[in-house]
Design a protein around this ligand. Structure first.
Ligand code: HEM
Length: 439
C-alpha cells in the first residue's frame, strides 16, 4: 500500500481530494482498500482517541522487509519498551549534549564548502546536506563517523534496497525473498552490504568504552523487562538501520526545502539573514539558548514543513470497522493520513500556497487546529526525534546563513522522488556567496 501511495503521492491524492473530499475510499489494483483522510477531526480519532484500532500492521510491511522489528515498526509492549529505552537520548537534555558534535560537523562542511564552492561553483546542496545529517546521526547516536567510503556504501545499499522494495510493493504479486528472482537477488545483496556496514558500527561501539554515552551503547546494555535478555545482534542491527534511516534523510530534506523556499521568498530570506547577523559571535555557540534567540528561523522551518512535509503521509491498518466523521472505515483496510494535504487545506490555512512564516508566530499558533499540522505526527507514536531534528536544522541553518548566501535558480523545474520521504528526485543545485567577510 505504502508503495502505491509513494508513486506521485502528492498529485495522486490532490486528485482524490478534489473528486471525493476530505475522506475517500479507494480500491488499489491488487484489491486492497485504502481510506484517505485529510480532515483534522478524523486524524485526531485515528492517532489519539481510537489509536488501538489503527495499527502499523500490514501498512509497514515493506519497511519491515528492510529493517525488521524496531522502534518504528514494533507495536504493543515490544514498542513501549523500545520507546522507554530510547527516550533519554531524545529529551531536550539529551539533544543539548549533541549540539557540540552537530556544530563541529557543520563547521567542517562549511570549511570544505569555502574551499570547493566559495567562488560560486554550482554544487548539489541536497547531497551535501544528506551527507552532513548522516554524519551527525552516526556521531551523536552511534559514536562513529559515517563519512567516506563506508557512508557511501551504506547510502547506496539503502537507496537500492528501498527502490527494490518500492517495486515489490507496486507489483500486484511479489515472490518471497527466498526465491532468487533478479530483483530478489539484488535486494538480498543490498541488504547484505547494509548489514555488514551496520554490524561493523555495532562491533566498534561494543569494543569502545571511551567517549560520551550514546544511544547505541544504551541499546547494547539494555535488558528486556520480561525475559531479562539483551537485544540480539540482529535486533540491534535492525534498530540501528531504522534510526539511521529515520534520522537523516528527513532532516536533510527539511533543510533542502528550506533553501528552495527561501529562494522564492526574498523578504523571508532577508528577515532570516537579519536575525542571524544580529547574533554576537559567542551567541552562535551551540546551546539551548541559541534557539530562543532565533525564533524566526524556527517559524521558517515550520512553514517549510507545512508546505513540504518530509513525511507526507502516515499509513495505518484498520483493525475493526470504525466511523470516521460519518465515513465508514472498514476493518482490514488501510488508512492514509494525508499530512501533505492537511497542511494545504484551505479551511485551516488561508491562502495555503503562500509561504508565510508568520503563521507560526506564538500568537498565530494558538489559533491552529492541533490536528491540521502534524509534520512529526501526534499522539504516542509521534516522532521521537522532533526536538533533535528542529534544533539540528536551526543550528545548521544559522551556521550556513552566517557564512554564505545560498542562491538557487527559482525557475529550475523540480521533480519529486518516488519515495516515502517527500523530496526532490535528482538533487538541488545551488551556488554560494560568502557573507560578512567570514569565508
Ligand atoms: C524533519 C525531520 C523529521 C520528520 C519530518 C519526521 C517525521 C516523522 C513522522 C511523521 C513519524 C511518525 C511515523 C508513523 O507513525 O507512521 C516519525 C516517527 C519516528 N521518527 Fe521521525 N522525523 C524526523 C526526524 C527524525 C529524527 C532526526 C529521528 C532520529 C534521530 C527520527 C526518528 C523517528 C523514530 C524512531 C520514529 C518512530 C517513533 C515511534 O513510533 O515511537 N525522526 N517521524
Amino acid at each position: 500500500m505504502l508503495d502505491f501511495l509513494r508513486r506521485g503521492i502528492t498529485e495522486t491524492f490532490a486528485a482524490v481530494r478534489a473528486d471525493h473530499g476530505d475522506l475517500a475510499r479507494l480500491r488499489l489494483p491488487g484489491g486492497a482498500v485504502v481510506v484517505t483522510v485529510a480532515h483534522p477531526d478524523a486524524v485526531e480519532r485515528i492517532l489519539h482517541h481510537r489509536r488501538d484500532n489503527y495499527l502499523k500492521g500490514a501498512s509497514y510491511a515493506s519497511i519491515r522487509l528492510i529493517t525488521g522489528t524496531n522502534l518504528v515498526t514494533a507495536e504493543g509492549a515490544a514498542w513501549a519498551w523500545r520507546r522507554r529505552l530510547a527516550q533519554p537520548a531524545f529529551t531536550r537534555e539529551g539533544v543539548v549534549n549533541y549540539l557540540p558534535a552537530i556544530a563541529e560537523c557543520a563547521d567542517a562542511m562549511l570549511d570544505r564548502w569555502a574551499a570547493a564552492f566559495g567562488r560560486g561553483q554550482p554544487f548539489d546542496l541536497q547531497r551535501e546536506l544528506t551527507a552532513l545529517t548522516m554524519q551527525i546521526v552516526g556521531r551523536t547516536l552511534f559514536g562513529v563517523d559515517l563519512i567516506g567510503e563506508h557512508a557511501a556504501a551504506s547510502g547506496r545499499a539503502f537507496d537500492e534496497a528501498l527502490a527494490i522494495v518500492h517495486d515489490r510493493g507496486a507489483a500486484t504479486f511479489a515472490l518471497p525473498l527466498a526465491i532468487p528472482t533478479p530483483a530478489n537477488l539484488r535486494l538480498r545483496r543490498a541488504l547484505a552490504t547494509l548489514h555488514r556496514e551496520v554490524e561493523a558500527i555495532i562491533e566498534r561501539a561494543a569494543r569502545d568504552h571511551q567517549g560520551p554515552p550514546t544511544l547505541l551503547r544504551a541499546l547494547l546494555a539494555a535488558r528486556d523487562p520480561e525475559t531479562g535478555d539483551a537485544l540480539s545482534r540482529a535486533q540491534l542491527r535492525d534498530e540501528v538501520i531504522m534510526l539511521y534511516l529515520a534520522g537523516h534523510e528527513t532532516t536533510a530534506t527539511l533543510l533542502t526545502w528550506t533553501f528552495w523556499a527561501l529562494a522564492r521568498a526574498p523578504e523571508a530570506r532577508e528577515a532570516l539573514h537579519a536575525e542571524i547577523d544580529a547574533l554576537a559571535e559567542d551567541q552562535l555557540r551551540p546551546s539551548a539558548e541559541l534557539f530562543q534567540r532565533i525564533p524566526y528561523a524556527r517559524q521558517v522551518l515550520h512553514e517549510v514543513m507545512r508546505l513540504h512535509p518530509p513525511a507526507p503521509l502516515i499509513p495505518r491498518s484498520i483493525v475493526e470497522d470504525d466511523d470516521l466523521c460519518g465515513f465508514r472505515a472498514p476493518g482490514g483496510a488501510h488508512v492514509a493520513v494525508l499530512i501533505y494535504h492537511l497542511h494545504r487545506h484551505p479551511d485551516y490555512w488561508p491562502e495555503p500556497l503562500q509561504f508565510r512564516p508568520e503563521r507560526f508566530s506564538p500568537a498565530a499558533v494558538a489559533g491552529h487546529h492541533k490536528y491540521a499540522y502534524l509534520p512529526f505526527s501526534l499522539g504516542p507514536r509521534t516522532c521521537i526525534g522532533n526536538t533533535f531534528a528542529l534544533w539540528e536544522s536551526q543550528l545548521i541553518l544559522a551556521k550556513i546563513l552566517r557564512r554564505f548566501a545560498v542562491d538557487l535558480d527559482p525557475e529550475r523545474p523540480l521533480r519529486i522522488a518516488a519515495s516515502t520521504v517527500h523530496r526532490p528526485a535528482k538533487g538541488v543545485i545551488a551556488a554560494l556567496r560568502p557573507r560578512l567577510g567570514t569565508s
